[in-house]
Design a protein around this ligand. Structure first.
Ligand SMILES: Nc1ncnc2c1ncn2[C@@H]1O[C@H](COP(=O)(O)OP(=O)(O)OP(=O)(O)O)[C@@H](O)[C@H]1O
Ligand SMILES: *[C@@H]1O[C@H](CO)[C@@H](O)[C@H](O)[C@H]1NC(C)=O
Ligand SMILES: *[C@@H]1O[C@H](CO)[C@@H](O)[C@H](O)[C@H]1NC(C)=O
Ligand SMILES: *[C@@H]1O[C@H](CO)[C@@H](O)[C@H](O)[C@H]1NC(C)=O
Ligand SMILES: *[C@@H]1O[C@H](CO)[C@@H](O)[C@H](O)[C@H]1NC(C)=O
Ligand SMILES: *[C@@H]1O[C@H](CO)[C@@H](O)[C@H](O)[C@H]1NC(C)=O
Ligand SMILES: *[C@@H]1O[C@H](CO)[C@@H](O)[C@H](O)[C@H]1NC(C)=O
Ligand SMILES: [Mg+2]
Length: 533
């Protein structure tokens, strides 16, 4: 008759498309959950407990400090009649714990038989079963088998990976480090409860001997080891009262593990019916979820590329800024028209390349260039100066010289200032300086004939006359020499390098500023001995 009923139930389940579900009768004698799909009809769930579509019973969901219970709704018939001893019973279940870290989990699962009232129970080390006030009190009337993954010293836990037999108390009657004894060799094999792998537990209570035996094994084929992991004698007749229920309690602490049940069977007066291992749901993967490898590879590369790009752009901008950086001060505003940007000069001379170098003298190098916009050919003299002293006067002087217009003077077009550097821009003289003709002989330039020489000397004299006599201010060149006499396209002599000369007003005595020592006083000092109206 029982067989027929089981068969009918199985047929019904298959017809309704459940791969698994509760098998058994409503009298609390025995039942089997091979997966929990559709089991919420016979299971009372609370807290975080939830049956997933796959049939996996999730007891805790990875939220901290919560607990849950899953209780078979039908009360157990612990005693055949009131006053009798508690009957033998047997349970088996398959569980899995997915820890947030490979070496840390919290808190555990308890299989229990007893009163179904957890309104005052606490999560964390109380496992959703008891609380600090009632722990150890005989009025709890509960028996449990704990799978504890945290060592709670107040309960004298031996380690953070143990199985314990609890009677009214979380301080276990007996406990053992998780594992199993090999049937053939008898050797103890350690098992890690938080390995993320499914494991099976058997709990047997033998009425006559009051022997409680607990077995643990990896989930293979439902084979139960012959040696129990932990056992104890406790007369549950003195503990349990009716109505009593069978179920599970689970909790998380600060460590948020996910606790799962895959299957469960129970029977009074006999071994727990076998669970159909083949139809059990699968546990979620431990650790990293197997997702597309593409973001794993592309994301770091893209991030690195982006960061590199940003850094490159910043470096480029900074370099650009520093490359073209200039010094510009308030007092220079009035000289604006005479000012060149460094960028223009940089471009004109192709970045002050050696191939544009015309020559160098005592104070710096002279480069040939063509201004970007006007294409005007210029000579750029780059003079380095350490002190800022006198620079203001010097620039004023440069501007004054810039106002000179004479066919025998090299036109000073303007200037530019950078940190520690001054640039003077002159008209370019295509035939270079006179010294090249005089001293290099016939090697570079042809020798000058007397007519040419005379013309050049006349030109220099004419230029000198202009700056000494005809200009509104007296300008003493102070550095007349062959290299400062430049020759234009028509071989006219022109005086160059005024940047280093001094200015005198008409009537002032040039002697007072020792014009005979040109090399020692090329840079006029601030408040130097020159003045202007
Ligand atoms: N405006 C210019 N056009 C063409 N070449 C020039 C011009 N100015 C200078 N040079 C060239 O650059 C060279 C270097 O000039 P620079 O004035 O730096 O040195 P220097 O005249 O020999 O000595 P000093 O520093 O005493 O003037 C000159 O010999 C000349 O050949
Ligand atoms: C069981 O769960 C299903 C879906 O999760 C729901 O439709 C059904 O009402 C639940 N039954 C009970 C008794 O809670
Ligand atoms: C877990 O369950 C709790 C209580 O039911 C809920 O508030 C929380 O959102 C759930 N968390 C997840 C990750 O499902
Ligand atoms: C559950 O226990 C609490 C005390 O812990 C009690 O107040 C409450 O009435 C009990 N509920 C039931 C349904 O027995
Ligand atoms: C046990 O619990 C009962 C009822 O909750 C209480 O009256 C009693 O004092 C408790 N005993 C101990 C030792 O705490
Ligand atoms: C825990 O065990 C130690 C010895 O291992 C014992 O001294 C102590 O009393 C125990 N604590 C409790 C609360 O039982
Ligand atoms: C267990 O306790 C019950 C009730 O107190 C008693 O009748 C029974 O004999 C005990 N069993 C054993 C094996 O001591
Ligand atoms: Mg010169």
């Amino acid at each position: 008759m029982d067989n027929l009923r089981s068969l009918l139930a199985a047929l019904l389940l298959v017809c309704f498309g459940f791969g698994a579900g509760v098998l058994g009768d409503g009298d609390g004698e025995q039942f089997v959950y091979s997966g929990f799909a559709g089991a919420n009809a016979t299971l009372a769930l609370d807290g975080t407990a939830l049956v997933q579509p796959s049939g996996l019973l999730e007891l805790t969901n990875g939220t901290a400090q919560l607990s849950s219970h899953a209780v078979h709704r039908t009360p157990l018939r612990l005693r055949r009649s009131p006053g009798d001893a508690v009957r033998s019973f047997s349970a088996s279940f398959v569980f899995g714990i997915i820890p947030p870290y490979s070496d840390l989990s919290g808190h555990g699962i308890v299989f229990f038989v007893g009163k179904d009232n957890f309104s005052a129970a606490l999560p964390s080390q109380y496992l959703g079963l008891l609380n600090s006030a009632n722990n150890g009190n005989a009025t709890n009337q509960i028996f449990g088998v704990e799978l504890d993954t945290i060592q709670s010293t107040e309960f004298n836990d031996t380690n953070d990976n143990h199985v314990g037999i609890d009677v009214n108390s979380l301080k276990s009657v007996a406990a053992h480090s998780a594992g199993y004894y090999d049937d053939e060799t008898g050797a103890f094999n350690e098992l890690l409860l938080i390995s993320g792998k499914a494991m099976q537990v058997w709990v047997d209570y033998e009425s006559d001997s009051t022997q409680i035996s607990v077995f643990l094994a990896p989930l293979k084929n439902g084979a139960k080891p012959s040696t129990p992991l932990v056992s104890a004698k406790s007369n549950l007749s003195k503990v349990l009262v009716e109505p009593a229920y069978a179920g599970f309690s689970s909790s998380t602490g600060t460590v948020r593990s996910r606790h799962y049940l895959l299957g469960w069977s129970f029977a009074m007066d006999g071994p727990a019916p076998p669970i159909d291992i083949g139809s059990l749901p699968k546990l979620p993967f431990v650790g990293a979820k197997p997702r597309s490898k593409v973001p794993d590879i592309v994301l770091p590369i893209a991030t690195a590329a982006f960061v590199l790009g940003v850094v490159a752009v910043v470096i480029l901008l900074v370099r650009r800024r520093s490359r073209y950086a200039e010094v510009r001060e308030e007092w220079e505003v009035e000289f604006g028209p005479h000012r060149f940007t460094y960028k223009d000069l940089f471009r004109a001379t192709e970045g002050f390349k050696n191939k544009t170098l015309l020559g160098f003298g005592g104070f710096g190098r002279v480069y040939k260039g063509a201004l970007p916009k006007s294409k005007l050919e210029v000579a750029v003299k780059k003079v380095s100066h350490e002190s800022r002293q006198g620079i203001k006067e010097f620039v004023a002087e440069v501007v004054t010289i810039g106002r000179l217009r004479h066919r025998n003077l090299v036109q000073l077009l303007g200037y530019c200032r950078r940190k520690g550097e001054l640039l003077l821009v002159y008209d370019y003289m295509s035939n270079g300086s006179l010294d090249k003709y005089l001293y290099s002989g016939s090697k570079e330039k042809p020798a000058l004939d007397w007519a040419q020489r005379f013309r050049i000397i006349k030109g220099v004299a004419s230029g000198l006359l202009y700056i000494h006599e005809d200009f509104e201010q007296v300008i003493i060149h102070r550095d007349i020499k062959a290299s400062n006499v430049l020759l234009d396209a028509d071989m006219n002599g022109r005086l160059g390098d005024f940047g280093l000369a001094r200015l005198y007003d008409h009537g002032a005595d040039p002697q007072t500023c020792s014009p005979s020592a040109p090399s020692s006083s090329r840079w006029p000092a601030a408040g130097g001995p020159w003045s202007r109206p």
